[in-house]
Design a protein around this ligand. Structure first.
Ligand code: ADP
Ligand code: MG
Length: 355
């Protein structure tokens, strides 16, 4: 496996006189054999980044290194990458088996291509597709074949753009697990592009959360979940979404509190001046109602029992029109209208600048 490095990489698309800066000065260091995801909303520059690494798009400025080789000026076929893009063409006259074997042979001589194809087809549960032609495949089936084609040559670097997007829920779970196992087994250095934060959380060694052509944070799923770098990351990652509301900072000796209506809550955040208006973020998963003496008090608006846990939506008098979401243990049963008080550990009460 090879390391992958991006240094100051930019992409400006020219359309007429105007330019669109799709990727702005991106730095990224990926370890050999590491799987990272690029996660972000539609249009943030994920596909553009991947295409520049693959050699399918010119790099406006900056450098891409695969291993120790600067690959900016190398064609895709010389970059040691396997690519799986949505638009990646299969040859229509060939059936799936022939398509996969063709991808294999284009690389190097293989003793028994059929055996290699069969093994991979087993892993991805796609034996029933091998005799079919591309035209008769559903979009989900095409996606599996495209993934298999990217994997079959065991490339040192694997680049996948939304590889699971067209699969139904159960197929997605299976293929996601196999992808991760194959990646571990063969040690491909891998970039997976996705807009699905759950997929990113389950697949990634580290994830790069992107917005507007910029990496907002790069870290392990735990680091990103537990210590979001800014409001965008806090809001984009996590399901159910983080609670965000306005509050006032109260410095009390060495401690920092936030006040919302009549309630106060301690935060471990530093650097917030007394009296400042801030946006507070608290994750539903970090809230507790157990043994709470001081916290946020409100009344239950809706309670959902989801078996493994509950989700309570709590109306707070100082947070208008937006119930606060609290994840509760399964054994708790709550009624609409019931009064509750909840809090979160100070380290999990995040403060962000109000914009
Ligand atoms: P993502 O994959 O995150 O959805 P893209 O990399 O496809 O984002 O696009 C990033 C930005 O670049 C968007 O504003 C998009 O409209 C623009 N863009 C993408 N491809 C082109 C192109 N070929 N020409 C001009 N603008 C483009
Ligand atoms: Mg895209």
């Amino acid at each position: 496996a090879l390391p992958l490095r991006l240094r100051n990489v930019r992409k400006v698309y020219r359309s007429g006189k105007k330019g669109v800066e799709a990727v702005k000065s991106m730095d990224l260091d990926i370890e050999p054999g590491e799987l990272i995801t690029l996660l972000g909303p539609s249009g943030c520059g994920k596909t553009t980044t991947l295409r520049m690494v693959a050699g399918l798009e010119t790099i406006t400025s900056g450098d891409v290194f695969i291993g120790t080789t600067r690959v900016n000026d190398l064609p895709p076929s010389k970059r040691n990458v396997g690519v799986g893009f949505e638009s990646y063409a299969l040859y229509p006259p060939l059936n799936v088996r022939e398509n996969l074997a063709y991808g294999l042979k284009a690389g190097k001589r293989v003793a028994d291509p059929d055996k290699t194809v069969d093994e991979l087809a087993d892993r991805l549960e796609m034996h029933d597709l091998l005799d079919l032609r591309p035209a008769s495949l559903s979009s989900g089936q095409k996606q599996r074949v495209a993934l298999a084609r990217a994997l079959i040559r065991k490339p040192p670097v694997l680049l996948l753009d939304e590889p699971l997007g067209h699969l139904d829920a159960s197929a997605r779970q299976h293929v996601r697990r196999e992808l991760k196992l194959l990646q571990r087994q063969f040690g491909y250095t891998t970039i997976v592009v996705t807009h699905d934060q759950l997929e990113a959380m389950t697949l990634s060694d580290r994830m790069a959360v992107m917005d507007a052509g910029i990496i907002q944070q790069f870290g392990t799923p735990d680091e990103i979940f537990d210590d979001p770098a800014n409001l965008f990351v806090a809001d984009f990652v996590g399901e159910p979404s983080i609670n965000l509301f306005t509050a006032t900072v109260v410095r009390d000796g060495g401690r920092t509190m936030i006040r919302v209506g009549n309630d106060v809550l301690e935060t471990a955040a530093q650097n917030a001046p007394d009296g400042a208006e801030v946006t507070v973020g608290i994750r539903p998963q970090d809230c507790t109602m157990k043994n709470v003496t001081r916290g946020l008090s409100g009344s239950i608006f809706v309670y959902e029992d989801l078996m493994e846990h509950g989700i309570a939506r709590v109306n707070h008098p100082a947070v208008p029109d937006k119930p606060l979401v609290v994840q509760t243990p399964a054994e708790l049963q709550l009624e609409t209208g019931q009064s509750v008080t909840f809090s979160a550990p100070p380290k999990r009460v995040y403060l962000f600048d109000k914009d």
